[in-house]
Design a protein around this ligand. Structure first.
Ligand SMILES: C[S@@+](CC[C@H](N)C(=O)[O-])C[C@H]1O[C@@H](n2cnc3c(N)ncnc32)[C@H](O)[C@@H]1O
Length: 247
């Protein structure tokens, strides 16, 4: 499978945001890690169609800027901004080649780092993040958990997806996610494996003072609106997780 073409799956990807884990774990963890956004300047890298850029602005950010490689994703984000103006701005760019846009308080990367296939590509992402943060600023990420070595194709099926690592877990190996949306549509996307320790080394070599993986968290609403043991496999094996790096 070639690198995921988001221009072609933009609609299905947007639909996948209705799956329970997106709201109750993914968004919840991301916003818990970001903390109070009042008056903050936030850059959302690999913003897709802007779901979190808009949420960040609505949560009180002074400035919310989204950047994505896919022109179709940015077209959807700008369309939504036109229909319901919030003051978010968007750019099409490869994050690896992104120069400084501003000195942001927070840079977000929800499923960004798992697109690097080599140490060099990860270093390009880290540099772009560093160059867009003010001193002491935080990079908050959420993505594939590189410490999840699950070999069970079906472990996460009840949450609306499966995760398959056809070549194993060497740096650069693909991780294939298949999503089963509630509207019946099914689509695949590919992430890439790089060792957890490599991320820390690369970010610290770039100048970050710290880099930490963070456990995925379940919202209170997610806990109460699903059967008691529903999230057990997810929270035990953690297919996805958060991360925080400080400049
Ligand atoms: C799984 S989507 C995540 C979108 C959004 N952050 C979210 O959490 O819903 C991954 C996004 O990363 C973008 N992407 C992948 N590689 C990129 C790169 N090198 N530079 C900018 N965006 C990239 C894709 O176009 C896609 O929109």
């Amino acid at each position: 499978m070639a690198k995921t073409e988001y221009d072609q799956i933009a609609g299905e990807y947007k639909e996948s945001k209705l799956l329970g884990f997106r709201q109750h774990i993914e968004a919840h963890t991301l916003f818990e890690l970001m903390g109070n956004l009042n008056g903050k300047k936030v850059l959302d890298l690999a913003c897709g169609e802007g779901i979190y850029t808009r949420k960040i602005k609505r949560a009180g950010a002074d400035k919310a800027v989204g950047v994505d490689l896919s022109t179709e994703m940015i077209r959807l984000a700008e369309g939504e901004e036109k229909r319901n103006p919030l003051g978010c701005t968007y750019y099409v760019s490869d994050v690896a080649r992104l120069g400084p846009l501003d000195e942001f308080d927070i840079v977000v990367g929800s499923y960004l780092l798992n697109y690097s296939t080599t140490k060099e590509e990860l270093a390009d992402f880290a540099r772009a993040i560093y160059n867009n943060l003010k001193p002491g600023g935080h990079f908050i990420g959420f993505n594939n958990n590189p410490a999840d070595f699950t070999h069970s194709d079906s472990r996460y099926r009840s949450y609306g997806f499966t995760k398959h690592c056809p070549n194993g877990h060497k740096d650069g190996d693909p991780i294939v996610y298949t999503f089963y949306n509630e509207d019946g549509s099914v689509f695949q996307l590919e992430n890439y494996f790089l060792k957890p320790e490599l991320h820390k080394d690369v970010f610290e070599a770039c100048g970050f003072s710290s880099f930490h993986w963070k456990k995925a968290l379940l919202s209170r609403d997610g806990k109460t609106s699903f059967p008691e043991t529903y999230w057990d496999e997810f929270l035990t094996y953690q297919p996805v997780c958060g991360l925080v790096a400080i400049k």
